[in-house]
Ligand binder design. Structure first.
Ligand SMILES: Nc1ncnc2c1ncn2[C@@H]1O[C@H](COP(=O)(O)OP(=O)(O)OP(=O)(O)O)[C@@H](O)[C@H]1O
Ligand SMILES: [Mg+2]
Length: 416
């Protein structure tokens, strides 16, 4: 059969095993060719633009952008691509949303070979018809046999620094920083999580890791860093793949690290990682100021209690006074409990800042912290994980919008 007549399929799923199983099911179908795989919604869009498939087999729940949002965007640029949603939920609400986004079919996981084949053939025939109507060529470049199309490359060569901060302690900065780091991480968008609480940092503990190396080993050598030195100091968190730059093992070692050194280490890490996530203490000390200074984005965290909101407002005043643009700040309400009368909208009004995400109160968070496993790795389906994934998406979007603007914040130190 000529390769032009084959149905060209991409498989989109964050779980490698699922992708592989589907690929195996399809490998003996002579008229079906798997031309690429993607692990996230965003990768799926880039891949679709590159290989212009006939059919996309699309998972719904994925890190960064979910399958429904990806479906919508692929349909917008490549309307002839037929999207088949694969999901464990046979929920009619999901189905309706997927169809509204432009999906053509809906299969429950795991599909049988017959279900898969008949859905792909229906979709393939339709894609060929639609292409013929629009005059679009039926393939882009011929795929090399046995070679998967490359997954999307990171947007820019310099990574982004994101500081998670709250002027009040205990609101959930470290919880959020660790979970965000894990959810932003992929093989192509590598993440390093930096502990900016130099005296009593607990980032490593949140990940059930320990190391005798830390930021204290890098700070004095900040002028002569190289990737090998940096890598030898970082902890690799095996479960998620992220790297961690831990706080010094003893509080007194923090005295030897200047804010300036800390900021320079962050800017160096931007060359090695797509995302540098910084967890901070709830004080505008030299370390925090330099972290904010080096940041592209600041995630400002508060809870529903008045002291926390008051502190967030004071921080906003400082940020305004120092000329930090509002679009560089993402305000997040954590531990949200709808029984508490203070609504996120009201808080947003007080701060004159949109609410970027609402993370619900989840009692089980403490269990995951004590086990040293970020919640997002425990249960992706719960509301808290979904809200973290949605914040991850807001972050990616905001960073794309900010691209091209003078970066990073770099305002606080100049005015001091
Ligand atoms: N969404 C949530 N729901 C319920 N509990 C939460 C949530 N997020 C965080 N917590 C709890 O709040 C407590 C403080 O969390 P965390 O250590 O992340 O805050 P922090 O702002 O980093 O605090 P610190 O000022 O000590 O650095 C922890 O016990 C954690 O279990
Ligand atoms: Mg903390």
């Amino acid at each position: 059969m000529a390769s032009d007549d084959k149905i060209r399929v991409i498989i989109v799923d964050d779980i490698a095993e699922t992708r592989e199983n589907i690929r195996k099911l399809l490998q003996f179908e002579s008229d079906v060719e798997v031309v690429g795989v993607a692990r996230t919604g965003r990768e799926a869009i880039d891949l679709a633009k590159e290989v212009k498939p006939d059919v996309a087999l699309m998972d719904i729940n994925m890190p960064d952008m979910d399958g429904i949002a990806a479906t919508e965007q692929i349909q917008r640029v490549l309307p002839y691509v037929q999207i088949i949603i694969l999901s464990v939920q046979s929920d009619s609400n999901y189905m309706r949303r997927a169809m509204l986004a432009g999906a053509r079919d809906f299969l429950t996981k795991p599909p049988t070979i017959d279900e898969l084949n008949s859905a792909i053939r229906r979709a393939g025939a339709r894609a060929h018809e639609e292409r013929a109507k629009t005059g679009a060529p039926s393939t882009s470049q011929p795929a090399k046999p046995g070679v998967m199309a490359p997954v999307a490359a990171p947007l820019s060569t310099l990574g982004s620094v994101i500081t998670v901060f709250s002027p009040k302690g205990g609101v959930g900065c470290t919880t959020l920083a660790t979970n965000l780091a894990v959810s932003l991480h992929s093989e192509d968008t590598r993440v390093v999580l930096v502990d900016g609480n130099l005296q009593f940092g607990d980032v490593a503990v949140f990940l059930n890791e320990q190391s005798k190396f830390s930021i204290a080993d890098l700070a004095p050598r900040v002028a002569e860093l190289d990737p090998e030195i940096v890598d030898s100091v970082l902890i690799k968190h095996a479960q998620s793949g992220i790297k961690v730059l831990a706080a010094p093992v003893k509080p007194e070692y923090a005295d030897n690290i200047t804010g300036d050194q800390f900021g320079k280490v962050l800017l160096y890490l931007r060359q090695m990682f797509s995302y540098v996530i910084v967890d901070t203490v709830s004080a505008m000390n030299d370390t925090t100021v330099n972290a904010i200074d080096a940041s592209d984005l600041i995630v400002l965290v508060a809870n529903q209690d008045i002291p926390s909101i008051k502190s967030a407002r004071l921080f906003m005043d400082v940020a305004d006074a120092f000329g930090i643009e509002r679009k560089r700040i993402l305000f997040v309400m954590n531990k949200f409990d709808k029984r508490v009368g203070v609504t996120p909208e009201k808080v947003g009004e007080t701060l004159k800042q949109d609410v970027a995400a609402i993370i619900p109160l989840e009692e089980r968070v403490i269990v995951s912290i004590n086990r040293g496993v970020p919640y997002i790795l425990v249960d992706k389906a719960r509301p808290i994980s979904k809200s973290i994934l949605s914040l991850t998406e807001v972050i990616r979007q905001r960073l794309t919008e900010l691209e091209g603007l003078e970066q990073p914040v770099a305002k606080l130190r100049k005015k001091k």
